[in-house]
Ligand binder design. Structure first.
Ligand code: H79
Length: 489
């Protein structure tokens, strides 16, 4: 909504509806008023408790596309891309993340708001962003609809602190991305911060330390009911995201019952939606899995780390940066190699997880070139090896030695041995029993490979001479052997 007057009018109407409802609690409220109440109230009588009522089978069916997808793009984009790590001559300490600049450099709300007036990403090209993700082999995109700084990337009805009302750009960034995701077949998802350093009923009054556990805003519930939940309703109804990825849940204002209630609120808006475990308080530090049994949320969220082994039940997604920041920092050139990124993907897939790899576009709207280059490399690798990654299952023993990672086709017929280094002339695997007389191939190579099997020596695969030269290999970084057979019991 462009117009502040109109927004105030909407709020006034809501207030009237509220008053009407309270004065008419004997049950004479109109259907229209009930619908209005739905968008505001947490205590909807028709709300289904999905946490209690969903069966294991129903949950698994809902999660299936996401587990099969394996690889997604995280996009951290907002006003923080303008300072890009430096505000009024002050440079963020090394290792600090760019999107936290408002908190780290203790910028007052009004001063930070100035960046909104400068936000004009004329080079933003949603088609190009989605193409980059798709060519990298990423099946979904999770973009920051709102990060901790409170600035919204769409035209929110309950806020003026959004791209339409507060910036000269005045175009709906999420709409453009939603349209392109649909056109190119990539699944759109949103990251949304519960913590809000800008909202007066949230963390704004905690200045100069927005992210503190020493203070609580007594009006926080008003922010939740009148701002955050209406925003989430807008996001779900307008853009139909497949995942809501919450964050900033560690603030003392937020509780597990609120998390469970929010989980159900969102599921009631869209029953098939998937929600991460940061909706509640269950997350255990940066390792990201749950601290207690009945925590709200559908998947665990290890941050900047990979689980050391498989999870015992809870699906998981490891989110990671390619350098050391999520939001763009102009001075961060500490890029991980394409090889490391491919190895991470193979390691995560073998452990049954997803990889959510971040890009931090510039204030102009471009994904940094080093990110684009690495993603292109990953895409090339997946063109050859994708069969061993997407829609696979994990074995009990997900690895052999330090350099072999295993996955398995969904039907259990094939095992994929992914070698994180070139194997030389022979590969010996002790954990796999191949089917007698079957073919073993390296993905990307047509000719079957010679192999022998012996119960004590295991499986030995011969690598032909013509593949020894690096230029002759089907790919770089990691090599997959497709074996008809099973894990040794
Ligand atoms: O959006 C990106 C970062 O801005 C955000 N999460 C990713 C996806 C992020 N927020 N905080 N951090 C990263 C680091 C801060 C961690 C801490 Fe805590 C918050 C330390 C104490 C409170 C979380 C809760 C980890 C331990 C307890």
């Amino acid at each position: 909504m462009r117009n502040l007057l109109l927004k105030n009018l909407t709020l006034a109407i809501y207030a009237i509806v509220f008053t009407t409802l309270f004065s008419a609690c004997s049950g004479s409220s109109t259907q229209q008023a009930e619908q209005k109440q739905d968008s505001l109230s947490t205590t909807q009588t028709s709300m289904k408790d999905y946490i209690k009522e969903e069966t294991k089978e129903e949950r698994e069916a809902r999660m299936q596309w996401w587990k099969d997808a394996r690889f997604g793009m995280f996009i951290h984009w907002g006003l923080y891309a303008i300072p890009a790590g430096e505000h009024k001559g002050k440079v963020l300490e090394k290792g600090k993340i760019g999107e936290w600049i408002m908190n780290s450099l203790q910028i007052p709300v009004a001063e930070y708001e100035e960046y909104a007036k400068q936000f004009n990403p004329t080079k933003y090209d949603a088609k190009e962003w989605v193409r980059i993700a798709k060519e990298a082999g990423m099946k979904y995109i999770v973009i920051t609809s709102k990060h901790h700084d409170g600035f919204s990337l769409w035209d929110s009805q309950v806020s003026n602190y959004d791209v339409m009302d507060a910036s000269p750009y005045k175009k709906d960034i999420l709409q453009a991305l939603a349209d392109e995701c649909k056109a190119q077949g990539v699944t759109l998802c949103f990251y949304h911060s519960i913590m809000d350093w800008h909202h007066p009923d949230a963390q704004a009054p905690h200045y100069p330390e927005y992210n503190t556990d020493k203070k609580q805003n007594p009006n926080f519930n008003r922010y939740v009911e009148q701002y955050m939940k209406p925003q989430l309703k807008e996001l779900v109804e307008k853009y139909d995201p497949a995942v809501l990825w919450f964050d900033g849940e560690w603030i003392p204002e937020w509780t597990e019952p609120q998390g469970k209630e929010l989980y159900n609120f969102v599921r009631n808006l869209k029953p098939t939606i998937i929600i991460n475990n940061r909706v509640g308080k269950g997350r255990k530090g940066m390792q990201g899995m749950n601290e207690y049994e009945d925590a709200a949320g559908d998947f665990g969220t290890p941050e900047q780390e990979i689980l050391s082994g498989k999870s015992n039940g809870l699906p998981w997604e490891s989110c990671m940066t390619m350098n050391d920041t999520w939001g763009y920092r102009k001075d961060d050139n500490n890029w991980k190699s394409a090889e490391m990124l491919v190895h991470n993907l193979a390691d995560i897939a073998a452990k049954g997880g997803n990889y959510l790899l971040n890009v931090g576009p510039t204030a102009e709207g471009e994904i940094p070139k080093p990110s684009v280059e690495r993603l292109a490399e990953m895409g090339k690798w997946l063109q050859v090896n994708g069969e061993a990654i997407y829609a696979t299952k994990s074995l009990n023993n997900f690895k052999e030695g330090e350099t072999i990672r295993y996955t398995q086709s969904a039907d259990g017929q094939y095992v994929y041995a992914i070698s994180l280094k070139w194997v030389g002339n022979q590969l010996n695997l002790k954990n796999i029993t191949p089917k007698e007389g079957s073919e073993i191939k390296m993905l990307g190579v047509d000719t079957p490979l010679k192999w022998t099997y012996d119960a004590t020596k295991g499986l030995t695969i011969e690598i032909p001479k013509d593949l020894q030269a690096e230029a002759k290999r089907p790919c770089k970084y990691a090599y997959t052997f497709k074996i008809e057979g099973t894990e040794k019991q």
